[in-house]
Design a protein around this ligand. Structure first.
Ligand code: RNT
Ligand code: ZN
Length: 423
């Protein structure tokens, strides 16, 4: 049974007092949370399929497992599913779109010829919901990416094709930013790499740097579009060498004034991006996050409220980085209801941010500065059992989103009425 409004309000009032006793202003925290937009990745809704129908399988070493019924088969279905998920998530968020979700009305338009008009329906959809959008060139699932190389390809003509795609996508990003009045972040991720040990590690990296320079050569106003570059440690089929490694893109972003994209699944399993945020933001103006959850490898599991998710959110809040970090999600699970996957992942991200906003940060900073590390540990541990759930429930109520697991009933009803009818 779901909680009644008076129950939620009563629990909230009690929670506010407990947080106030620790010196935390709950209303202020909720106000800040309401201003944070999470970029929901369209590709969770159709297992990274896209709508081009080139007859090419998912490529680039990306793998989605599971065949849960009801995945979106058309842009209209994907938008309807996104609407459903968004109605279950408190706050106003963003859409993160990939280029191969273009709507080409049956025509064959290759990636290097894409234009803003091919995304007009997506832009209209976002505008009518007062949402911002982010964008990604798609350097995979394409015949010219079939051998695993794109911007670093040894063949100049193939490199040129992908450079043109990158430029086209930045122009689309700028058109999105202009149409919506909210800056678009266009993120470059390429799959390039080798399964086995290469002899030449240098050549592909030098070619990639040159290609990126060409992609970023056309000047685009940063108020319309910001460029990001995303690194990766390894992929399926690129276990021994990835051209766009972390060091490569960190260097590139610094030299070229680009955003670095840190994907939580793209590092060694014992490495965490929470520790990298303050390191890279010491030198970079802004970064993009792909919040994901790797399980043993870059498995792109649905984001849940893990220690690392909390640590990421804590870093953003403690470092006062919310204005310099664009938060995007990146996971794809085809083994569960896909709308539930978006809902669970986004709600978890917001819960982690709320928990971080409810920290008695001034007091924690003070005791740490005084060298009172005993108090630091004690306060952090005591913080963990404060009634975060009561504040979260109230936030959902206030924002018109379902409280507690009530959203699940709505997903199940939508599944019966809509998803299971898709054959
Ligand atoms: C791949 C990267 C990349 C993709 C999306 C679909 O390892 O994480 O961000 O997940 O572009
Ligand atoms: Zn990613």
């Amino acid at each position: 049974m779901s909680k009644s409004t008076p129950q939620v309000e009563k629990a909230f009032a009690l929670a506010c007092r407990q947080y106030a006793d620790r010196g935390v202003d709950v209303e202020k925290a909720l106000k800040r949370l309401s201003g944070i937009a999470i970029s929901l990745h369209c590709w969770q809704g159709d297992d990274v399929g896209g709508f081009e129908n080139f007859g090419v399988e998912l490529g680039g070493g990306l793998a989605v497992t599971g065949n849960y019924p009801g995945k979106a088969r058309t842009p209209d279905e994907l938008r309807a599913d996104l609407d459903m998920a968004l109605s279950l998530i408190p706050g106003r968020h963003r859409l993160n779109l990939h280029a191969f979700y273009a709507e080409l009305s049956g025509r064959r338009v290759d990636r290097n010829e894409l234009e803003p008009k091919h995304f007009a329906y997506w832009i209209d959809w976002a505008r009518s919901r007062r949402m911002g959008m982010d964008f990604n060139p798609t350097f995979f699932s394409h015949p010219k990416a079939a051998d695993g190389f794109t911007l670093s390809h040894p063949d100049r003509a193939i490199r040129r094709f992908w450079i043109e795609h990158g430029i086209a996508c930045r122009r689309i990003g700028a058109a999105i930013g202009k149409a919506l009045g909210k800056t678009c972040v266009t993120n470059v991720w390429i799959p390039d790499g080798y399964k086995d040990t290469p002899v030449d590690r240098k050549g592909p990296r030098e070619r990639l740097a040159e290609s990126l320079d060409a992609v970023f050569a056309p000047k685009i106003s940063p108020s319309l579009n910001l460029d990001a570059v995303e690194s990766k440690l390894f992929g399926i089929g690129s276990e021994s060498y990835v051209v766009g490694s972390h060091e490569f893109y960190l260097g590139y972003a610094l030299r070229s004034g680009k955003l670095l994209c840190l994907d939580a699944g793209h590092f060694h399993p014992t490495e965490v991006i929470s520790d990298k945020i303050s390191a890279v933001l010491t030198f970079l103006d802004e970064i993009l996050l792909h919040v994901s959850r790797g399980v043993r490898w870059d498995s792109d599991h649905v984001v849940t409220l893990t220690d690392e998710l909390n640590a990421i959110a804590q870093e953003l809040v403690r470092g006062d980085y919310l204005g310099r970090v664009h938060i995007g999600l990146d996971f794809f699970d085809g083994s569960i209801n896909r709308i539930a996957a978006w809902t669970i992942g986004t709600r978890s991200m917001l819960k982690a941010l709320l928990a971080a906003l409810l920290e008695p940060i001034d007091r924690l900073r003070r005791v740490e500065a005084e060298g009172d590390l005993t108090s630091r540990l004690a306060l952090l541990e005591e913080q963990k059992t404060l009634p975060l759930g009561a504040v979260w429930d109230y936030h959902c109520l206030a924002q018109g989103a379902p409280v507690g697991p009530a959203w699940l009933d709505q997903v199940k009803a939508y599944e019966r009425a809509v998803l299971l009818k898709r054959k």
